[in-house]
Design a protein around this ligand. Structure first.
Ligand code: CTP
Length: 225
């Protein structure tokens, strides 16, 4: 879906912009061996990073803990927690031209991280309470003053997806939101509904994540020429 007529720059030429991609889950440790996390595989974000590089962008990929190979020519920053991802994101976003926020950021983290293993059995039988605090919304934090930078959010909803995705698009000041089918988790193929801040709508059915990634990068390429 590349717009025709524009030769893409080779790797030695000036890149057409700086694309930042976040991918994978974050891990929120409560002690040295236990953490809260989620099912994200990171595949969609890695596919977007590869497609953006292929389209001639400089790419920074900020990845949570995943077992995936770094796409050729992509600069990768590995992070573990949401707070670490925020720090890396704030740095990379400064001279970015676009952000694809595909990471599944954990919304909650343990109120404290213990230096040694949590010996809750020694505290007596019965109910065990783990105190949690909320993580910041990374996307909303950086997108608040995004200026000309294009921001693409992702959402996964089990019901009332369209309305909820549109609400997130506005709340997080994104230009586009990609609504994933819940069946996409850990799957090779996926279907997505892409909603734009100006009412645009694009549905992609049953495609590989690599194919979907090319269509997502095309959203910014159309404006970058
Ligand atoms: N996101 C983020 N920081 C968070 C949570 C989410 O930047 N703490 C980003 C995700 O990377 C994604 C988008 O926000 O691009 C939507 O994520 P989602 O988890 O669906 O949004 P929430 O606001 O956490 O909504 P929900 O209440 O449904 O969990």
């Amino acid at each position: 879906m590349r717009t025709g007529g524009h030769p893409k720059p080779g790797r030695s030429e000036t890149p057409r912009g700086h694309v930042v991609v976040t991918a994978g889950p974050t891990r929120e440790y409560l002690d040295p061996v236990r953490f809260l996390s989620n099912e994200s595989s990171g595949r969609m974000g890695f596919a977007i990073a590869a497609a953006a590089r292929e389209a001639g962008y400089r790419v920074t990929l900020i990845a949570g803990p995943v077992h995936l190979e770094t796409p050729a020519g992509v600069e990768r920053i590995d992070v573990v927690s949401a707070l670490e991802m925020l720090e890396a994101l704030e740095g990379a976003f400064e001279d970015a031209t676009a952000l694809f926020m595909a990471a599944a950021v954990a919304d909650l983290r343990p109120a404290q991280r213990l230096a040694g293993k949590w010996k809750f059995k020694e505290q007596g039988a019965g109910e065990v309470v783990l105190e949690l605090v909320t993580n910041p919304d990374l996307l909303a934090t950086v997108a608040e003053a995004k200026g000309k930078r294009r921001v693409i959010a992702f959402a996964l909803e089990t019901e009332d997806g369209r309305r909820r995705a549109l609400e997130k698009l506005r709340r997080k000041n994104a230009d586009w939101i990609v609504l994933n089918d819940p069946r996409a988790l850990n799957a090779e193929r996926s279907s997505v509904l892409i909603l734009g801040s100006e009412g645009e709508e694009l549905r992609i059915e049953d495609r590989s994540k690599a194919e979907i990634a090319v269509s997502l990068v095309a959203l910014i390429e159309e404006q970058d020429g």
